[in-house]
Design a protein around this ligand. Sequence first.
Ligand code: KIV
Ligand code: NA
Length: 277
Amino acid sequence: MTRMTLTRLTEMPAQGEPIVMVTAYDYPGARAAERAGVDMVLVGDSGAQTVLGYDSTVGVTVDEMLVLARAVRRGTETAFMVCDVPFGSTEVSDEQAVETAIRFVTSAGADAVKIEGGGEARLSRLRAVVAAGIPVVGHIGLTPQTAVALGGMRAQGRSVASAERLVDEALAVQDAGACCIVIEAVPAEITEVLRSILDVPLIGIGAGPADGQVLVLHDLLGVTEGATAKFVKQYGAVGDATVSAIAEYASEVRSAAFPSDEHRYAARTDALEAARN
Ligand code: KIV
Ligand code: NA
């Protein structure tokens, strides 16, 4: 497989090929996504929760995200790698946004960054980063970094005002230069409307059919503890499998069943003699 390009990604919808995107936060996750043949990996700030244990995405820093992003880069060959710019790293000014985006490109090898929201300041950041030559993926609908201001982690586009706002923001984010747009937690019918008016690919999460889909790796693997969002489909039970593997190891250590002969090194007799004397 050849490396995914932006040109190819933007051509996929017209060719009826859905874009497959999944998050990754480390080397094994990136390797698995790569081996499974996804088109795009997202180093999501959802990593704040899935791998760093924060209770929301807002606390994660650029430095923390860069550690995750570099590990993902090392495991990614052909997939197009997008990095979330975390909350606080673009809010101050366009200059700050450009500096942050540049760090993700130069020190983590990001192919693009993802910027949440479609308000005036957000659009200005988006234009500035695009003008610096860095592709930007937009993110509208439920934007977790500003979920408090949206009234919590809830679906968007369900009232007249919210639906109108989504249409305005989608068009504005596209006009600001986004190469594609993630749309989160929106009724499928609204996504359909947006799809018909947008030229750039629309990648859904909890938004019904779109030009592509994205899911949080740990949600789809079944690693996440407790309840997940309504839109998550769990394709594995990796969390349970991990717990039972560790529990079995613990039990074998306690019963001295592990390590057995097959996991031991044999000593050379002369070395053994020497050790005994
Ligand atoms: O951080 C993340 O995982 C995301 C996806 C849910 C789109 O932004
Ligand atoms: Na995110």
